[in-house]
Write a protein that binds this ligand. Sequence first.
Ligand code: HEC
Length: 149
Amino acid sequence: MGLLLFSIKLLFLTCCGLFFFLLFGNPFEKAFEKRELDLSNLGYYPPVENYEEERIEKGIHYPSGLIVAEGYEIVNATCTACHSGKLVTQNRATYQGWKDMLTWMQETQGLWDMGGNEEIILQYLAKNYAPEAKGRRINLESPDWYKLD
Ligand code: HEC
């Protein structure tokens, strides 16, 4: 009797298994599938196609906006790591002024020790972004005002 009951149970379980297999397919199939890492839609990383292409136009390096002169590659690599190059290019200062800004950034904003590059960067900045160079358009002296009707 026990054997008959056991056989019926076994048959029942086998049928159930078969039923679920037909309904849901092999549950282990996915586990053995080789998955490819898809890096393209990681939310926090900008998709590669959104990067502005590197180019030089009229002596300006894009996308940093830096003047192409001796040492600009180092300045680009160092000074656009945390903020836009615009923060650099819109500023004007003497050698000492730039040095003070870098020191301030090192003391308060986590700018690292630039080693031998610091001198190259300072030379570049003092030369290309000196106080007398224009950082923004000059004020209009006597604009030709016209009346709006
Ligand atoms: C470790 C990050 C970091 C790096 C690298 C960095 N900076 Fe900055 N910088 C900052 C932060 C943060 C500010 C403040 C931004 C703000 O106020 O919104 C700043 C501000 C500035 C300002 C504006 C200062 C002012 O008085 O308004 C200038 C100019 C500047 N940085 C130039 C540079 C130059 C040149 C380099 C390359 C040598 C550089 N930065 C590299 C973090 C950095």
